[in-house]
Write a protein that binds this ligand. Structure first.
Ligand code: SIN
Ligand code: MN
Length: 219
């Protein structure tokens, strides 16, 4: 039974930030959930990154480059030293389609070559504090995909973690793209709504979020 009904806005959330609901088909959601289970097996396992000595409640596996606060490396030097999995070509194509469908111009779409994905897993108690995605040198948009349980995603402003912000309900299959004037907006996840994953999305419990990024880094 669904205990929580997503009912918040669709479309343009802020300049440069767009939400498209149910962008991923159920088949695509299942494919991503299956891929996630494979990625989580390694060579670098799913792990909770430590921020200022405290483990995050979210667990993460990375593709292309490994993220640790606050740097990208090819090897997961804070986990087991292994090289992370390569960034898959299908995800580059998906990222370009995400930009196209959110109204980006053809040159921006063509040039979009994400090289890193942070794949986060949220259990019922996981949260993510308000932060900016600013470890990249490129200002290309961030593409965010959600699978599994619904969450409350807080999308704020570029000045501070506080108001004004918009609380969005992100459900399985939703696409959120933030770039342009919203690229450095603070954002976070305030709640995961348990037992809201739709039948057939490939994930029984919890929430997967993929954010793909162009880091702008060499090597
Ligand atoms: C993130 O900001 O890295 C993740 C956002 C989300 O889980 O929707
Ligand atoms: Mn982020």
């Amino acid at each position: 039974m669904t205990l929580f009904t997503p009912e918040l806005p669709d479309g343009r959330i802020a300049p440069g930030a767009t939400l498209i609901r149910s962008w991923l088909t159920p088949d695509q959601q299942r494919w991503i959930a299956d891929q996630f289970h494979a990625w989580a097996r390694g060579p670098v396992p799913l792990r909770a990154a430590k921020v200022r000595g405290h483990e995050m409640s979210v667990r993460t596996v990375c593709l292309g480059r490994h993220w640790q606060p606050y740097a990208y490396t090819r090897e997961a030097t804070d986990v087991n030293g292994a090289r992370v999995l390569p960034f898959p070509d299908w995800m580059i194509r998906l990222g370009r389609r995400a930009l196209q469908d959110t109204g980006h111009d053809p040159d921006t779409v063509r040039a979009y070559t994400p090289d890193t994905a942070l794949v986060n897993y949220y259990d019922a108690n996981a949260r993510m504090g308000m932060h900016q995605d600013k470890d990249e040198t490129s200002c290309a948009p961030v593409v965010s995909l959600s699978v599994g349980d619904t969450c409350t995603f807080r999308f704020g402003n570029t000045e501070s973690r506080g108001r004004p912000y918009t609380d969005l309900v992100l459900a399985s299959g939703d696409l959120f793209v933030f770039g342009g004037p919203s690229r450095l907006a603070y954002h976070g996840v305030t709640k995961v709504h348990t037992n809201t994953a739709p039948e057939g999305c490939g994930l029984g419990h919890g929430r997967i979020n993929i954010t793909m990024r162009m880091t702008g880094l060499d090597g």
